[in-house]
Design a protein around this ligand. Structure first.
Ligand code: AHG
Ligand code: MN
Ligand code: MN
Length: 334
């Protein structure tokens, strides 16, 4: 029989190698995993359990919330607030930071999450996911919003779960990237994609072309050159994908390379990009860099940006290193 490595075994063995590991982090991750299994089950059941459709409310970003945006947020909060491992949480779907109820002990970590990424896909039966990030917190403090405003480079761990044809978790604790597939029969994530690496070269790009007229010149130039194919300066043909679900786009890039852009655009100059630094850009940047790729706003390495608000948005360019570096170089030319 093939020896299967479960996610729990993987995490515990990885922690053993760390000198000051107390096991707390393994337990926290286990709680996140439990929440994601529950979300996977609900997403899979869909309208058999009446969870599809709009909730009729808006989040702090002014985006229409799906019923599942709210349900998955509650699952995450309820799976994590009692554990004693967290000092606080922040979620894309909640205006303010989430405090730990007074009856529970507080721990030394902060959890940040996008409970349901790509939720506009949910009624279409297309891929959605959960993105999470863990930061260390100053011990003994009741965290304020400022405590969450840390550079992505400080993340202890980042991951996402993709609820696709299979449910997969992709995880980094700063020692490479590993992928696990949920074995529904035994209810465990099994290591199926060890040491995921992104090819440096690629000829596939992902961008929402409907926003083209709002892009800045560097992005116009990059995409135009891709579209010119063999006849253009790149001297090769490019393929395009747009799934409208960051988790699925990042998973594709981890698997076969490519580049993803949700760049700065001039639709609403007060909103620099669409994706959120704390819940989307930072965790994905940590994963992408750990897999040998690169991640930038076009002007700055994502992991070096000091956030100024918990729901701050950021332009995002990520994927195969050489392509991201080319896009950054085009920005530097002005
Ligand atoms: P969310 O569902 O958490 O709001 O995130 C959706 C994001 C991201 O997953 C995706 O890449 C992008 O928004 C799609 O944007 P468009 O609808 O503008 O294509
Ligand atoms: Mn999202
Ligand atoms: Mn979301």
């Amino acid at each position: 029989m093939v020896n299967k490595v479960t996610l729990t075994q993987f995490i515990i063995e990885q922690q053993r190698g760390l000198p000051d590991a107390s096991g707390t982090f393994s337990m926290l991750l286990n709680n996140i995993v439990t929440a994601c299994k529950e979300i996977s089950h609900l997403v899979n059941r869909g309208n058999l359990v009446g969870v599809l459709g709009s909730a009729g409310s808006e989040n702090v970003q002014g985006e229409v919330q799906k019923k599942l945006d709210i349900i998955t947020n509650d699952i995450m909060v309820n799976a994590l607030n009692w554990t004693g491992h967290l000092a606080g949480m922040a979620s894309e779907e909640v205006d303010d930071i989430i405090t730990i109820p007074a009856q529970y002990p507080k721990g030394k970590y902060l959890a940040l999450f996008d409970p349901l990424d790509g939720s506009s896909n949910i009624d279409l039966n297309l891929a959605v996911g959960t993105i999470f990030s863990v930061l260390r917190c100053r011990e003994g403090v009741d965290p304020a919003a400022e405590d969450f405003l840390r550079k992505g480079a400080e993340q202890v761990c980042a991951g996402f779960v993709l609820y696709g044809p299979s449910t997969m978790m992709v995880l980094t604790t700063g020692h490479g990237v590993n992928g696990f597939t949920l074995d529904q029969d035994i209810g465990e994530f099994i290591l199926t994609h060890p040491n995921m690496r992104i090819p440096e070269e690629s000829s596939e790009f992902a961008i929402n072309m409907s926003n083209q007229r709002f892009w800045e010149p560097p992005v116009q130039r990059y995409i135009d050159e891709c579209l010119q194919g063999e006849e253009g300066p790149r001297r090769k043909n490019f393929n395009m994908r747009w799934i409208a679900s960051l988790v699925a786009e990042v998973y594709r890039i981890l698997t076969r390379g490519g580049v993803f852009l949700y760049p700065f655009d001039l639709r609403e100059p007060s909103k620099p990009g669409k994706l959120r630094i704390l819940y989307e850009a930072n965790p994905m940047a940590f994963i992408i860099e750990q897999a040998g790729g690169a991640c930038s706003s076009g002007r700055e390495r994502i992991l070096d940006i000091k956030p100024t608000g918990i729901h701050q948005r950021v332009p995002l360019v990520l994927g195969s290193k050489n392509e991201v570096e080319r896009i950054v170089a085009y920005h530097q030319l002005g």
